[in-house]
Each structure stands twice: as C-alpha cells, then as structure tokens.
Ligand binder design. Sequence first.
Ligand SMILES: Cc1cc2nc3c(=O)[nH]c(=O)nc-3n(C[C@H](O)[C@H](O)[C@H](O)COP(=O)(O)O)c2cc1C
Length: 447
Amino acid sequence: MAKPLHFAAFVMNTNSHIQHGLWRHPNAQQADFNDVNLWVNLAKTLEAGTFDAMFFADVVGLYGPVNGSYEVNAREGLQIPSNDPSVLLSALAVSTEHIGLSFTSSILQSHPFDFARKVSTLDHISNGRIGWNVVTSTLENAARNFGFDRLVEHDERYAWAQEYMDVVYKLWEGSWDDDALIKDKVSGIYADYTKIHKINHKGERYQVEGPHLPSPSPQRTPVIFQAGSSPAGRAFAARNAEAQFILAPNPEIARKGIAETREAVVAAGRQAGDLQFFQGLTFVIGSTEEEAKRNEAEIDEYISTDGFLAHINLGLDQATGTPLDPDMPLKDIKHEGNQSHVQWLRDANPDREPTVRDLAKITAKVRGRVVGTPEQIADNLAEWQEAGVDGINVINWTIPQSYELFIDEVMPVLRNRGLAKNESAPGTLRHKLTGQDQLPAARSHES
Ligand SMILES: Cc1cc2nc3c(=O)[nH]c(=O)nc-3n(C[C@H](O)[C@H](O)[C@H](O)COP(=O)(O)O)c2cc1C
C-alpha cells in the first residue's frame, strides 16, 4: 500500500488566479470571491474531502511592466480586484476544525514585527493551522506600491528575505519561554516578565527591539512554504522552508529538482526529509478517456491567451510595455522577476531554446494538466509520488466545482490505493505534515 499524499487546494482571493478565462464558465463561482460564504463553503468541502490545506496565493501589485496598460488585467479580473487572504483566514479558521490554512505574504508588504504578530494571532485563532508562503514579490508595480523605484535585484531580495526570517524566528521562537504565561488568578500573575525576552535585532534592514507581543501560539512559527526554484530561491528554501511548491513539467524533472534541493537541505545542516515537495497539478476528469478529452476541449474554449500572457509577466518589453518579438529567445529577455518560469519552459523543451511565442502556447495548454479517468489520474499521481513528491497542490479551473469533482470522483480511487487519507487528520498543520507541532529545537534556536 502506498503512503498517502498530502493535498492542498491552490486558490486566490480574486476572480482569475491562474486559469485565465475560466471564470466565464457557467459553473464557475470565483467571480463572487468577495462573498465570504463562497470560501467558507469551499473550506468545509475541502475539509470533509480530507484535504490537508488551503493555500492562498497573493500579490501586492499589478502584473505587467511599469508603465504598461492594465486593461487586460482589469478586463480579465486577473488578480485585480483581489482581497487580503490573511483577513479571510480568520473567518475560515472559525468555520473549520482541521484543515490547514496557508497564505502568501511578501517581505515587501509588512514589517516583520507586525507580520509576526498577525500570524501568531491567526495561529491562536485556528489552533495552530497556519502556514506562510514566503515570497519576495516579482512585480515592479508591487515594488512601487511600497516606496521603491524598481524591484530590488533578484538575489538581493532573497538576502532581504533571510533577514526577515531571522527577525520573525526571533519573535516566534525566542521571545517567550514556554512557561512564561502563568494566568494565575490567586497570585495575580498573568505572565512572568523574566521569561519574556526582548530580541534586540539589529540588521541591515530592520531594527526590532521586542518582545513579541502575543504569547506562543500552538505552532509558534507557522509552517513555512516557499516556491522559488532559482539557485538563490532554492538555497533560501533549503535553509528555511518546510514545504516547497514546485511546478515541474514531468515527474523525471521533479525527481532531479527534488534530489538537488534535498542535497542543499542537508548542506544547510538539516535532514533531507525536513523539506517536503508539493507539485502543482490541475485535473480534467471523465468517466472514460473520451469524456475526459471532451471536458478538456470544453475547458479550452474558455482559456484566455491574453490573460496567460499578461500573467506570465514576461511577454512584454519591461521598459516600454510593447510586445516582444515572438521569435525572441527567452534567454535574451532581461528581467528581475520570475526566473523559474523560463527555466520551466526550457526543461519542457530540451531540444531548443524556447521563444516568446512559446510562452503563452505552452503555458496555457499543458502546464501541470492531467486529463483522464480517476484510475488514470491515480496512476499519474503514483508516478509523481514515486519521483519524490510528498503532496499535490490542486489547481482549479472553477471554484468550487473543480474541488467537488476531485473529491467525489478521484479521492475514492486514491483512498483505495492508499494514495489519500481516509479521514481528516486532526491537529496543527505542522503535525499533519511532519508529526510535530513546532519546529525542531535545533532550528528554533538557530537565530
Ligand atoms: C506554485 C507557486 C505558487 C506561487 N505563488 C506565489 C504567490 O502567491 N505570490 C507571489 O508573489 N509569488 C508566487 N510564486 C512565485 C514565487 O514566489 C517565486 O517568486 C517565483 O517562483 C520565482 O522565484 P525564483 O526566481 O527564485 O525561481 C509562486 C510560485 C509557484 C511555483
């Protein structure tokens, strides 16, 4: 019997997250994302369907070049309008019991003192079910929203992210001793100040005195997720992350990337298994292969090429906002943004350097798409698992239907094969993933 995979639902508090154009599908409800009930109901569905986590993506600016038009973004509802996922998580935390609640927050958007306090509060409210996807922001507009003229250079952003981590680790792990909170009405002592420590962080970007204001939450540090796979991104993950989101074009490439990243984890002084890998996949299900192909053709009718190109953030000249020559090789594009995507296209096309023309075509049609009967999908997931993947980040076409179909039609087959759990796991998110509620002592003391 196989070991159960973890399952996360990859969503965003917006209309059009990844599969642009699909919001127009008659069954799609994501256009109503302002309605909290859409998310509460989805969270309950996922929890009943034994998903381990919901994972909210987020950005803090527009896709596209600095002075480019955002007509496409607005027309497509492409990550604008969007709402803050962390605020939504508190509603989901009180409407659910078991499901992990992860969200994305950029080092750009919040001061680490304030961010650490917000996360501890959420971790208390949810009884330890919070995860944080650490991002550095790849959008020029995001940089301008937070007072910069332009994006900080790629590797420098990861150095900044490391200092950010150092500050929040000190607040979450080092500021309060386990027995600092006394809550004794008889003696009249609520907390023992000798066990609550200022952190006195003085670094290149931050000076934070402390102490952390919240008392320790069930996990202290939320489960740390990360999604970059450039050398700097991988080194950052090796040092900090507990789970990495990957979008490998096939299991063989995933196997190679996982092996390399695990080596980096060991080089960073951790155990190879301390970092888990979640592959992003999207499913088109049919009771027969033919029906699955028909469903796929139907989905393709809604796909918006404009939306895909705008999202990739690479198809336009970053200085002028004009479209790039379609035959331009990707290696000639100069950008400080997302480097993983270019690498992904190279890996998917080993015989030649991909061009700008390939960007939209390949991304829209094949990225992470699995089409077939529930049995064929189970075979496919077994291959990913065999390549070293620990979990699947399920990307939707339509909310909530993509998840309802997956839970009703695929999950039972996966359970029969031992590839999915039979019931929701109780406890903290970290406990679901690693069996521990908190970071190992060696890591929590490293800062
Ligand atoms: C599955 C997945 C999810 C991601 N989610 C977000 C997100 O929500 N917000 C964001 O700003 N970047 C997101 N990213 C981008 C990464 O954080 C990172 O910037 C990108 O992969 C490029 O990193 P690299 O240059 O180190 O490879 C995501 C990437 C992947 C693969």
